[in-house]
Design a protein around this ligand. Structure first.
Ligand code: NAD
Length: 409
């Protein structure tokens, strides 16, 4: 109502401008539905503890829509969900009230493709996929979204549009799972996975870099593939890639903790009673989103093993741990870093001064290659031999190019 945004990369001044101009009217009053022509549903689609889809938010939203439904309403579901949801949970419910889709009301699915923190791609310049239950449904939604989005991609059905989103996020989860598995293997083989990925990325075709890390987080990548595999099981189909990726990615926090234990062991220390600082609680750099963040799991595992823990995150001022305690972010005093037995870099926020951290901290566990290019024997990277020079492939390329230039002269 005051135009204050609670989302880090949505600026309050823009929200306020639209609120002041009466173009954006946030409300929890569902009776407003009776006054609007179109509705986009963007409610959360989490998982239950059993990893089954929790579609209660969609069901609740549809129940409210039914109360204030009127003819000619265009409804677009945007929440990520399993193929068939739009037809099963919305079309059926409204047709049961005696209205016909494509004639009395219009229904589409169009997945959200937001990448929080991405400076280049926003809602306007990210192509938007839309599938309608009927041709008329698609036409109307196409016209609506074309007003605001540069490129709208129509597809033949709501199921295709639902599946598009799940393919995109399953693709990411599986590829991150693959590179995480290779990171653990490289660690054992004494090869630096980061250098391998960097060099492989110089191939201009047929390769796309994915990077290892402490695990996957956020509301999408860890959850969405589970929606697909849940639905697939109702067809007696078992998605082995999804299960495998989920297993590998889900175990990365344990791998990080094992790495911490191994490194401390080299210094004749153990996790129990060590003073450990976690840098970065958010699930990825420069965002304040804690959902499914692997840092939370690392925090929990280290605590279980008796560590004296603190954390710093400029974007996450506090969180509630497994035992219900509120844990507050400590100030990052670079001069104080030497007092920790170990500093664990979980989220590579851009605002951290990595050179200073490398100078001051006694032992660093780097789960993101955030200290790339900084040569310091006390930096231990995930997916790399215990001591790595951190030399970039591009440094070698530059050296070779310089040699060639000398020879040419
Ligand atoms: N956040 C992202 O970056 C992102 C990206 C792509 C897709 N998605 C998908 O978009 C959907 C929403 O994700 P989110 O991160 O915005 O979730 P969120 O948890 O921030 O919730 C979105 C909004 O839904 C509202 N809400 C909850 N129940 C409601 C109800 N019954 N009626 C009306 N409003 C209700 C909440 O108040 C909140 O404002 C999910 O399906 C997610 O998978 C999210």
């Amino acid at each position: 109502m005051d135009g204050i945004s609670y989302i880090l990369d949505v600026q309050s001044d823009i929200v306020k401008k639209h609120v002041d101009e009466g173009k954006f009217i946030p409300t929890t009053d569902f009776s407003k539905i009776s006054q609007v022509d179109t509705l986009s549903i963007c409610v959360p689609t989490p998982l239950r503890k059993t990893k089954d889809p929790d579609i209660s938010y969609i069901v609740n939203a549809v129940n409210e829509i039914k109360k204030y439904f009127h003819k000619d309403l265009l409804i677009v579901l945007e929440s990520t969900t399993y193929p068939g949801t739009t037809e099963e949970l919305i079309q059926k419910e409204i047709e049961d009230m005696g209205y016909k889709v494509g004639e009395d009301f219009y229904l589409c699915f169009s997945p959200e493709r937001v990448d929080p923190g991405n400076k280049k791609y926003n809602t306007k310049n990210t192509p938007k996929v839309i599938g309608g239950v009927t041709k008329r449904c698609l036409e109307l939604a196409y016209l609506l979204y074309s007003n605001a989005i540069d490129t709208v991609i129509p597809v033949s059905s709501t199921k295709v549009a639902e599946m598009v989103k799940l393919l995109e996020n399953t693709f990411r989860a599986v590829n991150i799972g693959l590179v995480n598995e290779l990171a653990m293997m490289c660690d054992r083989m004494g090869i630096d996975i980061w250098e391998v990925v960097e060099a492989a990325s110089t191939k201009p075709f047929g390769f796309m870099p994915f990077y290892p890390g402490p695990g996957i987080g956020g509301h999408c990548i860890p959850l969405d593939p589970q929606y697909l595999s849940w639905k697939a099981r109702t067809y007696d189909f078992y998605n082995k890639f999804i299960d495998l990726a989920s297993d590998i990615n889900g175990n990365m926090p344990r791998y990080v903790v094992t790495k911490i234990s191994e490194v401390l062991n080299r210094y004749k220390k153990c996790i129990n009673d060590s003073f450990i600082l976690i840098l970065g609680m958010a699930y990825k750099k420069d965002v304040d989103d804690l959902r499914e963040s692997p840092s939370l799991e690392i925090y929990k595992l280290l605590k279980e093993q008796g560590a004296n823990l603190e954390y710093n995150d400029p974007y996450v001022k506090e969180f509630v741990d497994e035992d219900g305690n509120t844990v507050k972010s400590v100030e990052l005093d670079y001069d104080d870093l030497q007092n920790y037995d170990c500093v664990v870099l979980c989220t590579d926020h851009s605002c951290y001064d990595y050179l200073k951290i490398a100078e001051k901290a006694s032992i660093i566990i780097d789960t993101r290659n955030a200290f790339k290019g900084i040569v310091n024997k006390n930096i231990y990277k995930l997916g790399a031999p215990v001591y790595s020079e951190n030399t970039s492939i591009y440094d070698y390329i530059k050296e070779v190019a310089a040699t060639k230039e000398r020879i040419d002269k």
